[in-house]
Write a protein that binds this ligand. Structure first.
Ligand SMILES: [Ca+2]
Ligand SMILES: [Ca+2]
Length: 408
């Protein structure tokens, strides 16, 4: 959840290759021409067949890393894939029909290191070629698959024995094994390993609500950027970008008409109307959105709402419909600051390793206004928030750049 600024410091040469690359990343450009993932099936050890389409894995995601693991412990391998493009992490649950049989083995060393990295296990099957698996630390590009070894078994496969070559020690042979999950401690007899987790037996459902609400740890001043409801700037306010024909906007606005939130003043802006009457305002909203989500010029999801405190600082961003309780809680939390604010910004429980608290960077945002060629808006923003920015060592450079652009 990127909550920071662009990181681009004033004076960065816009045409530099580094800056062009940063901009390409923010725009979600593909590095590899939207290459699709490919999956090949081993045909009896003689050739490979391209099965990308039927597996459902052939997504044009610019994949970078893949991890294999039996995540739901049902005997088949599932996949985690990391992509350059969004979504950056995808989980693929293996729902191949049929009774998938496998032997899953976790090795634990005693004379060799506990994780048994480097151990090689060979599974001998009656009438078939043996299968070999090794315990590795890291595989492919910046990836680590499960250290638990997995052997797929055909329906009629009969296990003769498993031979484990422990690192720096004698090989050990384990006869009489059946399909399932085992833990083998070096020097001991194999024991069943119960990995079943009932929580994983259901199809996971993404929690859309939590990912769409961003309570900011840094409160960027937005006077001159977000139009708060007129005459109500002493109150917390919500600036909502809606669009015509957007079902979520209609439901949200109808709900508020019927039962208006008491604690907050709301200003609703329609994207279509802004596009006609005030395209600059629309561009400013886009820039503000992009500033916090580290992306550029993607289409905005409506309703898109900004919670602003009485000082005009942006405190939370909501993508999609807003849960009333969340809004109430956020509005009640507008006065917290420092470490408690940073804690409140977390979408889950945790603790911080870093002692330093993040700060809003109005200077970075002013720079982004200049990057977008919005010279008058940048001028206005800098004048309004002059006292917040002037102590920054890069402030003279920012003023210089503003002056240069104004004189062009
Ligand atoms: Ca599985
Ligand atoms: Ca499965």
């Amino acid at each position: 959840m990127p909550l920071g600024n662009s990181g681009a410091s004033p004076g960065l040469v816009r045409s530099s290759p580094a800056q062009a690359l940063i901009e390409a990343v923010r725009r979600g450009s593909s590095f590899s021409g939207n290459e699709r993932h490919v999956v090949f099936q081993n045909i009896a050890g003689r050739k490979f067949s391209d099965v990308s389409g039927i597996t459902g894995l052939d997504l044009a995601d610019d994949g970078r890393a893949v991890c294999f693991t039996d995540w739901d412990n049902d005997g088949d391998l599932d996949l985690w894939i990391n992509n350059r493009n969004s979504p950056q992490v995808r989980f693929f649950r293996n729902n191949n029909p049929g009774d998938m049989r496998g032997l899953t083995v976790r090795l634990v060393g005693s004379t060799c290191p506990r994780d048994a990295i480097g151990a090689r296990a060979i599974l001998y099957l009656k009438g078939q070629k043996p299968q070999t698996q090794s315990v590795t630390a890291g595989s492919g590009f910046l990836a680590q698959s499960s250290k638990t070894l997995h052997f797929g078994l055909a329906e009629d496969a009969k296990i003769e024995k498993l031979v484990v070559h422990w690192p720096g020690a004698e090989a050990a042979s384990y006869p009489g094994l059946a399909a399932g999950s085992l833990i083998i401690r070096q020097g001991e007899t194999p024991q069943p390993l119960n990995l079943k987790d009932p929580a994983l037996s259901n199809t996971p459902v993404a929690d859309a609500s939590s990912s769409r609400h961003t309570f900011l740890a840094q409160r960027l001043p937005t006077n001159t950027i977000l139009p708060r409801p007129s005459g109500k700037i002493q109150e917390p306010s919500l600036v909502v970008l809606a669009s015509k024909g957007c079902p979520n906007c209609e439901i949200q606005l109808a709900e508020w008409r019927k039962n208006p939130p008491q604690e907050i003043a709301i200003n609703v802006l329609y994207a279509e109307k802004l596009h006609e009457d005030n395209p600059l305002q629309l561009q400013l909203i886009q820039l503000l959105h992009d500033h916090f989500f580290y992306i550029t010029q993607r289409s905005l999801e409506t309703p898109l709402s900004f919670l602003v405190d009485p000082e005009g600082r942006l405190c939370a961003i909501y993508r999609g419909r807003i849960d009333r309780e969340t809004l109430k809680k956020d509005t009640a939390s507008l006065k917290i600051d420092g470490a408690p604010l940073r804690m409140a910004s977390l979408p889950f429980k945790g603790h911080w390793q870093s002692g330093s608290l993040p700060e809003a960077e109005p200077l970075g945002f002013a720079e982004e206004l200049l990057d977008a060629g919005l010279v008058s808006s940048a001028n206005l923003y800098i004048r309004e928030h002059f006292t917040l920015m002037q102590s920054d060592e890069a402030f003279p450079q920012l003023l210089e750049r503003l002056k240069e652009m104004e004189n062009k």
